[in-house]
Design a protein around this ligand. Structure first.
Ligand code: SF4
Ligand code: SF4
Length: 367
């Protein structure tokens, strides 16, 4: 059991209000075993969780899903977050938002809207989303957001089908009036792992896209903030996943399980405590799952004696498990991992596979 004084308070929370979503993105970060609507927390419980989070030190909450706007209480929950002093960011596909609901969210004091866009070309964007007309709908939501004076971030996930238009995505975000664009290369967990062969770009395609986005960062400095999440499998070092396990933020699933990251449930031996039975503070400080990989003591070599261990925290535990069979191993994206060469070979194999068919993310889909 940890001494609470040794652990920093949480700063951020991602509230997965539901796993329902009209779209079917093949890289969706939700788990493959999506939680059923009947298991979702009710309004009163979410409000209690937001109050507890604010009391525990959380400053900002991402209202996410699935598609959070399918919850009929989304404006009520947003207003409650504002009442308890939380900065709210709505992460939405835009599909499911109508004018009446949008106005209700503005009235509820929503602080920020983050809109996903699947491609800069309508036909491709709708195919990736698995939803006809999604692209046009998103452009309309972007317009409402800017007209309402809400800060807008565009979120663009890059993979084989759209990586040639990475720079075009940044330009589209500027045209839409976004203040920030997040160009994130697909992460291979959950649905992304299921669809990896159909998503993986080649190293050459990746390098061209990365260079193009970095060039635009200079061109558009002061116009738009470009956050660029580098592609894992083609990198030399891993990302600092979640800024370190249980170090700054946590996720709450639709049914109330509290996770250190999106994919943590893929680590089978971890036991995730639930907000139905425990407070947010108790879970953050005392949950065995949060303490499993907190800090540096759990590390094996080469991470344990590496000078970068407080920069990337050994990479991602879920990726280490998925690719090496042991969540305590060095994330094999790292070139210091003895298993790193295998990752490059895997990426090259998938990129050359020519696979085109997605297994769309759907509730009840067979994988
Ligand atoms: S990534 Fe796509 S499918 Fe997943 S929640 Fe977001 S919009 Fe829905
Ligand atoms: S050995 Fe571990 S700590 Fe060092 S760079 Fe690689 S993943 Fe990071």
């Amino acid at each position: 059991m940890s001494a609470r004084t040794d652990i920093p308070a949480p700063a951020g929370m991602l509230a997965e209000l539901t796993h329902r979503c009209p779209l079917g993105c093949p890289y969706c970060s939700n788990p493959v075993a999506l939680e059923k609507p009947a298991s979702e927390l009710d309004t009163a419980t979410w409000k209690r969780v937001f109050s507890e989070a604010a009391k525990a030190g959380v400053l900002h909450v991402h209202l996410s899903g699935g598609e959070p706007c399918v919850r009929t209480d989304i404006a009520d929950l947003t207003a409650h977050c504002a009442d308890v002093g939380l900065y709210t960011n709505l992460i939405t596909s835009g599909v499911g938002l109508n004018r009446r609901l949008f106005d209700a969210l503005v009235a509820a004091r929503l602080d920020h809207l983050q809109l996903s866009i699947q491609d800069a070309e309508a036909a491709s964007a709708d195919r990736i989303a698995g939803y006809d007309g999604a692209f046009a709908r998103k452009k309309e939501i972007a317009r409402w957001t800017v007209e309402a004076g809400l800060p807008l971030t565009i979120n663009a996930v890059m993979h084989r089908a759209n990586i040639a238009r990475a720079a075009r995505m940044v330009e589209l975000a500027i045209e839409l009036g976004a203040r920030r664009v997040e160009v994130a290369h697909a992460q291979y967990y959950g649905w992304g792992l299921v669809n990896r062969a159909a998503l993986m770009p080649s190293r050459a395609e990746t390098e061209i896209a990365v260079a193009a986005v970095e060039a635009l960062r200079k061109t558009h400095e002061g116009v738009i903030v470009i956050d660029h999440v580098v592609p894992d499998y083609h990198a030399r070092y891993p990302k600092a996943c979640m800024s370190g396990w249980a170090r700054r933020t946590f996720n709450v699933t639709p049914s109330g399980k509290v996770l250190p990251c999106h994919a943590a449930e893929t680590i089978p031996h971890l036991d995730f405590w639930n907000v139905r039975e425990r407070s947010v503070a108790d879970i953050w400080y005392e949950s065995p799952a949060f303490n499993a990989y907190r800090g540096l003591d759990w590390m094996k070599e080469p991470c344990r004696s590496c000078e970068r261990r407080e920069i990337d925290f050994g990479g991602c535990r879920c990726q280490a498990l998925a690719l090496t069979g042991d969540a305590r191993n060095t994330d094999p994206i790292c070139e210091k991992s003895p298993l790193h060469a295998g990752v490059g070979a895997l990426a090259a194999h998938d990129a050359a596979s020519g696979a085109l068919d997605y297994r769309y993310r759907r509730l009840g889909a067979k994988t």
